[in-house]
Design a binder for this molecule. Structure first.
Ligand code: ADP
Ligand code: MG
Length: 235
């Protein structure tokens, strides 16, 4: 049996610990995500969603607790090991797309392959296949400014898929998109899940979270499992 893609036990993050500016942004969180799951993490602004995402994405280190990413104990890794883990195991998608404006869609998508040591000759077919997977095969030569917001996010998703990571991790992926385009992007995440990928999205929008199989809710640094609905979310 394969290990969970995410296995978090008692994970906490305290910013500015021991100073007057101390913030407990994540308090003893437990979370297991199995391969092939589609999980949404919801919560109001400031509830700790990005803090949790930064831990899951090995972009920041917890104050205490443990995190195994696809079987690897992240605490045993140095900075270089964490960078390699991010490259191999996690595809990141952000609200603002984070594309390089001077590069074409294809060049943006191929970028992580440079760091993976894939030869130049092998990069292009893989880049084109990833663009095809998100329905943008005919936009390979376009720069971000020549693409709609939804198309830019699809390029970013293709880039996140390029190393075939076990985990796709998206922080507010529809935050900069209108509701119709948001639905298209969420339908794409559903298709990716159907093809066997593990998807974790962070959102404060209920219609977005409704595309996931399971929703957990952050509230003032506490991670509440499925079923808990704070009154703040109803508004
Ligand atoms: P969300 O993504 O849900 O809006 P965050 O994880 O960004 O929430 O923030 C959770 C809490 O931690 C907030 O009170 C925020 O002000 C605080 N916080 C986030 N990042 C830092 C930081 N680098 N230093 C100090 N406090 C932080
Ligand atoms: Mg956030």
């Amino acid at each position: 049996m394969s290990s969970p893609v995410i296995d978090i036990v008692g994970l906490s993050k305290i910013y500015n610990a021991g100073t007057p500016a101390e913030v407990v942004a994540l308090r003893s969180a437990n979370l297991t995500v199995e391969r092939g799951e589609f999980l949404a993490i919801m919560g109001a602004s400031g509830s700790g969603k990005s803090t949790l995402m930064n831990m899951i994405g090995c972009l920041d280190q917890p104050t205490s607790g443990s995190y195994h990413c696809d079987g690897v104990d992240v605490a045993t890794l140095d900075a270089e090991g964490r960078a390699r883990l991010r490259l191999e195991k996690i595809g990141f998608v952000f609200q603002g797309f984070n594309l390089l404006s001077r590069q074409t869609a294809l060049e943006n998508v191929m970028m992580p392959l440079v760091y993976s040591g894939i030869t130049a000759a092998d990069r292009e077919p893989r880049g084109r296949a990833a663009l095809a997977e998100v329905g943008l095969a005919d936009r390979a030569g376009h720069r971000p400014s020549e693409l709609s917001g939804g198309q830019q996010q699809r390029v970013a998703i293709a880039r996140a898929l390029i190393n075939q990571p076990p985990l796709l991790l998206a922080d507010e992926p529809t935050g900069a998109l209108d509701s119709r385009t948001s639905e298209e992007i969420m339908a794409l995440f559903e298709r990716l899940q159907a093809s066997g990928r593990t998807v974790v999205i962070i959102t404060h929008e209920r219609p977005v979270a409704d595309h996931a199989d399971r929703v957990v809710i952050m509230h003032d640094g506490d991670l509440h499992p499925d079923g808990w609905q704070p009154s703040e979310q109803v508004a």
